[in-house]
Design a protein around this ligand. Structure first.
Ligand code: EPZ
Length: 425
């Protein structure tokens, strides 16, 4: 039997084209996923607008379907009715499809008081432990048993409100505690909570459904448990990392872009970096950013990733791609994930000069990059290669682009619409 090669698609980019035009930014991947999980708690119909078409969103949709929820997607609108939810087990295959499916745990426990699931795998950013999630849920009365790779979580006396201090402001753990706490008995306090905009979006939706959550966006969140939640309608916030990605694409091609349907308040740590590099950045209304990169640019010096409202780790690969062709030396300090520089060797294949040692990467700007065959190592690393490919001499071919499709809706169509020569083949 001969080898059967699954020829995965690639992105093929002919570099050297300046980007000019307007892009409407998609809804946030890291918001739509917890929002879809939250619909499990709703005893009624929930409608989510501005849902991006992403493989991660498709995976969440399949989990909901598997749990017995009635789900319908019509373009960017997803309706979910969890009233007839009949299952509290997430199949192994679906858990492995997407690391962030862990956020369904809190929602299923909040709805059913029990959940059986397989521990989500690590991912491309290093081990992705879930100890903060499980420690918090145990404090809320959840018994966690590991039986041969499966986790069985039960709350024999129902989920109890608790006072929880997170060792680290974990986004996923904060979201899971909120999802388990909204229908818990009593009050839950989260100290050292994550402050990301996606946590606020989740809280806003749940409060529309009748939850009593106060303080989201700050380090202390207080949740008063209620008996049950109704459905509600909600619009997913814009994707701040996709916004930063297309700004990087404009900057590396010395172009100019108008980004609409975005939310510049969520990019308060990122926009100044573009200005520091020499871009002109104008924000107006609440949802528009204009970037012009026609002037000479230079290195921003040092980029240190922090939890929100600091510089977001998800934007680090994109800014790194841009700095590979800026005069000067840029130092990146990655403080959130253990190994979030896997895109660096792929950028070096394009001619970049990057030295990585543990959580530090040093980029020496070069005159030119040259197209080559490279592979996406993870979601944002793949987007970094697209960004760099736009500035390469010649053709860049990017394989393993399923990583990119997890978080970017039709990236080649979006970039082509503003002048890039890019196709999926
Ligand atoms: C969310 O991941 C995002 N994903 C990530 O975006 C983002 O990079 C990250 O938050 C940080 O902002 C989604 O929202 C779906 P964490 P999450 O829990 O929740 C450690 C992208 O590219 N940790 O805040 O998994 C963990 O290992 C993705 O869109 C524990 O040690 O991130 C990491 O080092 C990538 N134990 C740090 O905390 C735990 O129980 C931050 O993780 C949980 C986390």
């Amino acid at each position: 039997m001969g080898c059967v090669y699954m020829l995965e698609q690639r992105l093929v980019i002919e570099g050297g084209r300046r980007l000019e035009g307007e892009i409407a930014v998609q809804g946030a991947k890291n918001s739509v996923l917890p929002l879809l999980a939250a619909t499990v708690l709703c005893k009624g119909k929930a409608v989510l607008y501005n849902c991006p078409r992403l493989t991660d969103a498709d995976a969440a949709f399949r989990i909901l379907d598997c749990l017995g929820c009635r789900c319908i997607r019509e373009k960017s609108v997803i309706s979910v009715n969890a009233e007839q939810m009949s299952n509290n087990q997430v199949p192994d295959s679906l858990m492995q499809d997407m690391r962030s499916s862990i956020v369904f745990l809190g929602a299923i426990l909040g709805r059913c008081g029990r959940c059986r699931w397989s521990t989500p795998g690590g991912c491309d950013l290093g081990p992705r432990p879930i100890d903060y999630h499980l420690d918090a849920l145990k404090k809320m009365g959840v018994a966690v048993e590991n039986d041969s790779g499966f986790m069985s979580c039960t709350a024999p006396k129902g989920i109890q409100g608790a006072k929880i201090s997170l060792p680290f402001p974990s986004v996923g753990a904060t979201e899971n505690i909120i999802l388990a706490g909204v229908t818990a008995k009593g009050k839950t306090e989260i100290h050292n909570a994550a402050r990301e905009p996606e946590v606020v979006d989740l809280s806003d939706f749940l409060n529309k459904c009748g939850a009593k959550i106060a303080g989201a966006g700050g380090s202390t969140i207080v949740i008063d448990g209620v008996d049950g939640l109704s459905g509600a309608e909600h619009t997913v916030i814009p994707d701040r990392i996709v916004t930063a990605t297309y700004m990087s694409c404009a900057a590396i091609t010395r172009g100019e872009l108008l980004l609409t349907k975005t939310k510049h308040d969520d990019l308060s740590a990122v926009l100044p970096i573009f200005e520091l590099m020499g871009c002109s950045v104008y924000t107006y209304d609440k949802d528009r950013i204009y970037i012009n990169a026609r002037k000479a640019m230079n290195s921003p010096g040092k980029i240190i990733t922090h939890v929100h409202p600091g510089f977001p780790t998800d934007s680090q690969p994109l800014i790194m791609a841009l700095t590979t062709v800026l005069p000067g030396t840029t130092i990146f300090e990655e403080n959130i994930f253990e190994c979030r520089f896997k895109h660096a060797p792929e950028l070096v294949r394009l001619g970049a000069k990057i030295n990585v040692r543990e959580r530090i990467a040093v980029v020496e700007g070069v005159e030119r990059l040259s197209g080559a065959n490279v592979k996406a190592t993870d979601l944002r690393g793949g987007a970094a290669l697209v960004t760099a490919g736009l500035a390469c001499d010649g053709i860049t071919r990017i394989s393993e682009i399923s990583h990119i499709d997890r978080g970017y809706e039709a990236i080649e169509e979006v970039l082509r619409s503003v002048g890039a020569r890019i196709r999926r083949s």
